[in-house]
Design a protein around this ligand. Sequence first.
Ligand SMILES: *[C@@H]1O[C@H](CO)[C@@H](O)[C@H](O)[C@H]1NC(C)=O
Ligand SMILES: *[C@@H]1O[C@H](CO)[C@@H](O)[C@H](O)[C@H]1NC(C)=O
Ligand SMILES: *[C@@H]1O[C@H](CO)[C@@H](O)[C@H](O)[C@H]1NC(C)=O
Ligand SMILES: *[C@@H]1O[C@H](CO)[C@@H](O)[C@H](O)[C@H]1NC(C)=O
Length: 267
Amino acid sequence: MQRYFILISIILSCVSTITDISSSSTPTCGYCPSSYCPVKSQPCSSNSDCECLLMAMTGGGMCADTVISCQSLSPCGNDNQTCSSPDTVCVNNSRCGVPICFPISRASSDRCPSLSSRVSITTSAWCYTGVMNNPRSMHTSLVLTSGKVLVVGGFGSQNTSELYDSSLGSWMTTGRLNIGRYYQTAVVLRNGKVLVAGGYTFDSSSAINSTELYDPSTGLWTVTGSLSYARYGYTGTLLSDGKVLVTGGYGNSYLSTAETYNPSTGV
Ligand SMILES: *[C@@H]1O[C@H](CO)[C@@H](O)[C@H](O)[C@H]1NC(C)=O
Ligand SMILES: *[C@@H]1O[C@H](CO)[C@@H](O)[C@H](O)[C@H]1NC(C)=O
Ligand SMILES: *[C@@H]1O[C@H](CO)[C@@H](O)[C@H](O)[C@H]1NC(C)=O
Ligand SMILES: *[C@@H]1O[C@H](CO)[C@@H](O)[C@H](O)[C@H]1NC(C)=O
């Protein structure tokens, strides 16, 4: 009975300890007000047509309206994890037998409203969300105009970048950097592209002057004008005229130099 009580307390409390993380294979507390849900056979929405589907890539749950025929859904790629069709996510516990690409639109909070208990419990707590595809530190993270979050590079996964969809709590790999880096600076430009500049790279074990632009519409990184000084651990700021100001950092020594990047000329 006491054991039962403790279990209930853990479930009701959204604050989890390190021990909870290691003892639980489900990376969520289950009471967070989003379409991300614990993958168990319990309701995830006040709409009983909605079920918790397991996202093959992240291992997280997606609360989605499942009243749709399997014939109208396409199977996931050969890796059983990815989908080539846009706005779908590969789920692997549907009644369709094989991993299938499920339309993200069916996981909206309009279709699958959170259970009211989930909304009321968690105003100030931390909730688990999807796990990134790659571990990283000393990386950069910023919000794109689409609302998705782009994380770039970092020690451990220096040439990778990925996108976070906060409505699903899931991560998707996006373009590879031409030069892997950490301790870099990243700024969202006025045109929606992302400028990543400088940083430190394993490839040459040095600070770099290389800069790249990320285009959210293609998911690709392209090289653009180099910094005058190789630097890492510095600041980058979008100015009101749309240029980017970078200041200081470390090259061969601490730097006091500053320079600006003009997106319209690429230098
Ligand atoms: C579904 O995907 C998860 C996460 O990748 C994986 O752990 C699990 O084994 C998969 N299940 C099946 C039935 O393929
Ligand atoms: C994908 O899933 C199918 C059946 O669900 C299985 O036969 C195949 O081996 C899996 N492929 C991989 C790469 O896991
Ligand atoms: C990405 O980085 C890893 C580890 O440093 C390296 O093995 C790999 O070749 C790099 N890939 C590309 C495309 O640069
Ligand atoms: C950038 O660094 C590379 C390699 O160290 C160097 O060859 C190149 O001249 C530098 N470019 C600028 C604009 O300083």
